[in-house]
Design a protein around this ligand. Structure first.
Ligand code: SAM
Length: 338
């Protein structure tokens, strides 16, 4: 757990820099920030970013900094141009302890230097708390913080040219389906699959906005093509709409509890990696197995239909997917009420 302590914040002068200290803390892997002076505006604007872009980051202001440092159970690090160069100190910081990282604004009281376990400099030149904190976090995490997933409703889809910001919300996805002309019955089915996916996903720490978006779009391909290839067609549509590959793969790999390479070849499909792999892909695939029109049915009913069609591989595969997900959420999915 990493907490950042922002010292000496002056609401009228430091609003912007303190907000940037908060945003850098959140983006680069800290868990919480405490700000010495009370400032409800900064707390509100940072909380707003968290609610839209995701993560568990916490922000609090108006704390007694001296008591906070004294009572902190863990390693206390003060970032200052007067300290030991970071390249000589970073290896000495334990990775298994909670950290408190203290950054100042104007003059930092001399007590802070004594209360800290480490006074660390990011060069011994004067610069900024925003830059000092960013470089410290990057050295501490050895670059791994850049891979952190935030699971937010608002997501930037990396783009070589231009901006692509997507909203992973029910309303947005349903309105896209309606605008594309999806039949209302199919929309009700997609919503029922999303509801069941949510009930499973919230019990096993899935990426909920990704799950809901993938579930709502799982049959988008049926708008153009109603056969077995609707998953592949749908994944292409999702990519055309600017959604990322994680959503496209949920759509592509949901058909019939997944298809093995050989089966896909026999069916004459143009793509063969059609088995659900990620947690979200598995959940949507199985939620779709268990939703008939817009009602949940029991596993045995699903298996019976596949048996009647002579698709015995599918029977075994769907049964083991059901077991796998039921084990993960510590209850039989047949007993989930939606
Ligand atoms: N003169 C102030 C003092 O008494 O420490 C520092 C003012 S500086 C604008 C604000 C904050 O930026 C500092 O408290 C420190 O946390 C951070 N900072 C600035 N230069 C730094 C450096 N070279 N290494 C680490 N942190 C630095």
């Amino acid at each position: 757990m990493i907490t950042v302590l922002r010292l000496g914040h002056r609401p009228e002068r430091d609003k912007r820099v303190t907000t940037h200290v908060c945003l850098v803390s959140r983006a680069l892997g800290a868990d919480r920030i405490v700000i010495s002076t009370r400032d409800d505006n900064v707390v509100k604007s940072v909380s707003d970013v968290v609610s839209r872009f995701g993560g568990e980051f916490q922000v609090e202001s108006g704390i007694n900094w001296k008591k906070y440092i004294q009572n902190f159970q863990g390693i206390k690090i003060h970032l200052t141009m007067y300290g030991i160069p970071i390249q000589n100190a970073i290896q000495k910081i334990p990775k298994d302890k909670d950290l408190l990282i203290i950054v100042g604004s104007e003059k930092v009281p001399s007590e802070v230097y004594k209360l800290a376990d480490f006074n660390i400099a990011v060069t011994n030149q004067p610069h900024s708390e925003v830059a000092g904190l960013a470089i410290f976090l990057d050295k501490y995490y050895e670059g791994k913080e850049l891979e952190k997933k935030f699971k937010g409703i608002m997501r930037v889809i990396p783009s070589e040219h231009g901006k692509n910001l997507k909203i992973f919300s029910r309303e947005e996805c349903v309105s896209i389906l309606r605008n594309l002309g999806m039949d209302e019955k199919l929309i009700s089915h997609s919503i029922a699959v999303a509801n069941l996916s949510f009930e499973i996903g919230k019990r096993c720490n899935a990426d909920i906005p990704l799950l809901i978006c993938g579930a709502l779009f799982h049959d988008i391909g049926r708008i153009r093509e109603n056969g077995i290839s609707h998953g592949i067609v749908g994944s292409e549509m999702v990519l055309e709409l600017g959604y990322p590959i994680e959503v496209a793969n949920i759509v592509k790999r949901h058909v019939g509890g997944g298809l093995e390479q050989e089966e896909a070849k026999k069916l004459g499909l143009k793509e063969f990696d059609l088995m659900p792999e990620t947690l979200e892909e598995k959940i949507v695939c199985h939620a779709d197995n268990l939703i008939k029109r817009d009602k949940k049915i029991k596993l045995e009913e699903v298996l019976e239909e596949y048996r009647k069609m002579g698709l015995h591989n599918q029977v075994d595969r769907i049964r083991s997917l059901h077991r796998y997900l039921s084990d993960l959420i510590n209850m039989d999915i047949d007993d989930l009420d939606v």
